[in-house]
Ligand binder design. Structure first.
Ligand code: GLP
Length: 256
């Protein structure tokens, strides 16, 4: 794991954006796994500003609420349109977001997995993290080998995500999410976390034991993971000085 601590969320997002930009230049048909939530907004804004060619890029979103039509303002499809897709030249056929309105959830999930495989698997997966350590919508105790499937949200996640809805009562209980096993098959992963409210989950994920009680801790088993943090999100890590030194003293060929 590489821990990149920056003074602000803006600085961290801008480095993350540069890495994605480099991937899209090296591989114009790259397959990106994308996350929603407040955290990646700045990253997407930065990417939209970069005048990159998205015409061959394929994207797979991590998750979607069950029962929300794509045009619902809180749906993740809508989020992606508002925060990224409307600003870039991505082909609509190359955009994949789980279908929260499907009548056959298991069948849809199997097809979503098949589509990721058919695309050659995800080159780079963007992740945020929930306060309980969830990635995608894989809540604590999700199988670390899980695949795309339906999940039930915890009360805390529904409360945290109520900010995107008129009221907490309107937050769906069920979601479709890529599984942890699905996420782990990505060639590289970047996780972004900003703010003091994420510090506990970040400390568990990076320095705690690998456990389904903190799904993000499974990333310790992935060979290419970068964790982008602001100071507040890094505030509970014990080896902060080491992480900073590593980043500041990279050999030239490793710098980004
Ligand atoms: C939701 C999403 C996650 C996201 C998390 C954190 O649960 N499914 O992908 O990481 O929220 O959201 P935020 O970035 O708004 O804190």
């Amino acid at each position: 794991m590489e821990i990149i601590i920056q003074p602000t969320d803006e600085a961290a997002s801008s480095i993350a954006a540069r890495l994605i930009a480099r991937l899209l230049r090296d591989k114009p048909s790259a397959v990106l796994g994308l996350a929603t939530g407040n955290t990646p907004r700045m990253l997407y804004r930065e990417l939209a500003r970069m005048s990159l060619d998205w015409s061959k890029v394929r994207t797979f979103d991590l998750d979607e609420y069950v029962g929300l039509p794509p045009e619902h303002p809180a749906s993740y499809r809508q989020f992606m349109w508002e925060n990224l897709f409307r600003y870039v030249n991505i082909a609509p056929a190359n955009i994949h977001v789980p279908d929260g309105m499907t009548k056959d959830i298991p069948g849809f999930c199997a097809r979503y997995e098949g589509a990721i495989r058919a695309a050659g698997n995800i080159d780079l997966q963007v992740l945020g993290i929930g306060r309980d350590g969830h990635i995608g919508f894989n809540e604590p105790t999700s199988s670390l080998a899980s695949r795309t499937r339906i999940k039930t949200l915890t009360a805390q996640t529904r409360r945290d995500n109520a900010k995107f809805f008129d009221s907490e009562a309107n937050v769906p209980h069920h979601v479709i999410t890529m599984g942890i096993g699905t996420i782990m098959e990505s060639r590289q992963i970047m996780l972004l976390a900003f703010g003091e409210q994420k510090a506990h989950a970040v400390a568990h994920a990076v320095e705690g034991p690998v456990t389904a009680m903190c799904p993000a801790s499974v990333l310790q088993l992935h060979p290419v993971v970068k964790i982008f943090l602001d100071e507040a999100a890094a505030s509970r890590l014990t080896k902060v000085d080491y992480y900073r030194w590593v980043y500041d003293n990279k050999p030239d060929w490793q710098k980004f």
